[in-house]
Design a protein. Structure first.
Lengths: 63, 358
């Protein structure tokens, strides 16, 4: 799995960092920072949940 | 299992995707009343209105993504009645059988009548396109309504250089789940950005404006459910899992889920709530682990300030700023971030850990 986070689309809601704090962080403006582009199997459900919850559709998952 | 979803906005689309992600391979039919493919509403009052985005960019999914989902998408189709005992819903005059029905019809905006004036509202993509065209010809905008959408409209109108007056009757500005607790701060923010406020009935009653847009709330779209036997009371009343009747669920703005901690049925008009409820119902339908009830979360951006709120708020209890971070405002069961997204997220995570133990 590969995670792509589009900082241009991000609106800083912080849903990703809340549900998958090991994969995502936010800068001081709230914009997404990707901590782990290739998550381990254990983190894949959290990555998918973060993508689903993103109100700006800024997170894409490639399998 | 044929899942029929009435309403093709973010709740319905998220449900369809979550069902597929959880391994549901049966048919899914998504019925939308509007002629458009599913689109996101939050950008309508922001990027679409201020012209940053062309309307197409609000699409929730590309055509190929929708095709890959294997969903039968019926746009411009109207559901007119449901017979839960027969497991049948009538769409465009023809019965459509279902195994599971999910109601996701959202709310319709209230439209005030002003004699001799056309009044815009903003709920659909078509509303946004019509408003944007009128907006470009106007120099002054009157916003009727003092809620979040009213604040967003005033903010967008200032960004595009309009003279703006916000008009209300309650004397206060409200912000979703936070109610009027942020009224003074919001008023100060609007004034600092050049918005005139006429919030009290005693304020001068004549406002001249080229364009009037109303954001005075709306009603759940449940008229078509009259006689269905479902409990309708300011929305579709559901249990704590979103179930309204055997094999009937409701999600998003139209749904009133019972809060297990208080026993009260609560309706939340916010996109994040719609997404959380869709994920929870998909888990229920596919036999996944039960999802914790989502902690209400609400956010907006007004004059460039990101305002976020999580939890539940008591209207009679003041918000208290943190000593070391004055942009974080708290109550016992709720927290607000005022232009502090990162600090807010940390505060929200603490709140969620306290209020929803795993």
């Amino acid at each position: 799995m590969r995670i792509i986070a589009d900082t241009g689309a991000c609106v800083g809601a912080g849903q990703c960092a809340l549900v998958a704090g090991t994969l995502f962080d936010q800068d001081d403006d709230g914009i997404v920072e990707l901590l782990e582009e290739h998550p381990g199997a254990a983190d894949e459900p959290a990555a998918r949940r973060a993508a689903s919850l993103c109100p700006a559709r800024a997170i894409t998952i490639e399998d | 299992m044929h899942v029929v979803v009435i309403g093709a906005s973010v709740a319905g689309v998220t449900l369809a995707e979550a069902l597929r992600a959880s391994g549901h391979s049966g048919p899914i039919t998504l019925v939308g009343a509007e002629p458009h493919a599913p689109y996101a509403r939050p950008p309508l009052s922001k990027q679409v209105l201020d012209g940053t985005w062309e309307p197409d960019r609000a699409a929730l999914r590309t055509a190929s993504e929708l095709q890959a989902l294997g969903v039968t998408l019926r746009t411009g189709a109207t559901a007119t009645s449901v017979a839960p005992l027969r497991h049948e819903v009538v769409v465009d005059g023809d019965p459509l059988g279902y195994d599971v029905l999910v109601l996701a019809t959202g709310v319709g905006p209230a439209r005030p009548v002003l004699p001799g004036r056309s009044v815009h509202v903003l709920r659909t993509l078509d509303d946004a396109v019509a408003l944007r065209a009128a907006w470009r010809r106007a120099t002054s905008v009157a916003v009727l309504g003092t809620g979040v959408l009213g604040s967003e409209l005033a903010s967008a109108a200032r960004k595009t250089g309009h003279d703006v007056t916000m008009i209300g009757r309650s004397g206060r500005l409200t912000f979703g789940t936070v109610g009027a607790l942020l009224s003074d701060r919001l008023a100060e923010l609007h004034r600092a950005n050049g918005v005139s406020l006429r919030l009290a009935p005693t304020d001068p009653s004549t406002v001249s404006a080229d364009l009037v847009v109303a954001a005075i709330g709306g009603r759940p779209r449940t008229d078509w459910l009259t006689g269905s036997g479902l409990t309708i009371d300011d929305g579709v009343v559901c249990d704590a899992t979103g179930q309204a009747a055997p094999d009937v669920f409701a999600i998003g703005d139209v749904a009133r889920w019972t809060d297990p901690s208080t026993g009260r049925a609560v309706r939340v008009e916010h996109q994040t709530n719609a997404i959380e409820q869709a994920l929870a119902v998909a888990a229920t339908l596919t036999g996944g682990p039960p999802q914790a009830a989502p902690t209400p979360f609400f956010w907006s951006e007004v004059h460039g300030v990101r305002i976020q709120a999580a939890g539940v708020f008591d209207a009679d209890v003041p918000l208290v700023a943190d000593d070391d971070e004055p942009r974080i405002l708290r109550q016992p069961a709720g927290v607000v971030g005022w232009g502090a997204p990162r600090a807010f997220r940390l505060a929200r995570a603490e709140l969620t850990a306290v209020t929803t133990p795993a």
